[in-house]
Design a protein around this ligand. Structure first.
Ligand code: 5GP
Length: 141
């Protein structure tokens, strides 16, 4: 039997090409900063975590307490949510209440979500700021 016949081995041309394509696509799939933090590839101080959401202290806090509540699913922004994401959105708000309670924010707190360019969003993975520990001004800047 010649080279073209019989059992196909690991060096088979078609298989190698398919594998190369998979490796290429994985390499090309750039995950968000928050996905890398969730995977513990980039360090952060975790405040809260469940199956749907996690929360980390903001690296540049704007209040005595400032964390980011983030869905595990990399939704780019509030502008991109769909009705299927309703459970995730509820989980974010329920987590905010839990986090506020556990971190002594009995006097109140503020939730902020920046959307897009005019909203001042800088990380394209949905996140809600939870700020507390001081009086908040109004209107926001
Ligand atoms: P945005 O401007 O998109 O509403 O909020 C992004 C937030 O992510 C900012 O408050 C910024 O300080 C925070 N941030 C950016 N990079 C990092 C990081 O590497 N680690 C943490 N913990 N926070 C970050």
């Amino acid at each position: 039997m010649g080279e073209q016949g019989g059992k196909r081995g690991p060096c088979n041309r078609a298989e190698t090409t398919k594998r190369d394509r998979e490796v290429y696509l994985v390499g090309m799939t750039d995950r968000t900063l928050f996905q890398k933090i969730h995977a513990r590839e980039i360090p952060a101080r975790f405040v809260y975590e469940d199956d749907l959401v996690f929360a980390i202290h903001d690296i540049d806090p704007k209040a005595p307490f400032h964390c980011l509540i983030i869905p595990v699913k990399p939704i780019p922004s509030l502008a991109a949510v769909t009705p299927e994401d309703a459970e995730i959105l509820a989980a974010i708000l329920l987590a905010s209440r839990k986090i506020a309670k556990e971190n002594g924010l009995a006097q109140g707190w503020r939730i902020v979500n920046n959307v897009g360019l005019h909203g001042g969003q800088t990380v394209a993975h949905l996140h809600f700021h939870l700020l507390g520990g001081r009086h908040m001004g109004w209107p926001p800047g």
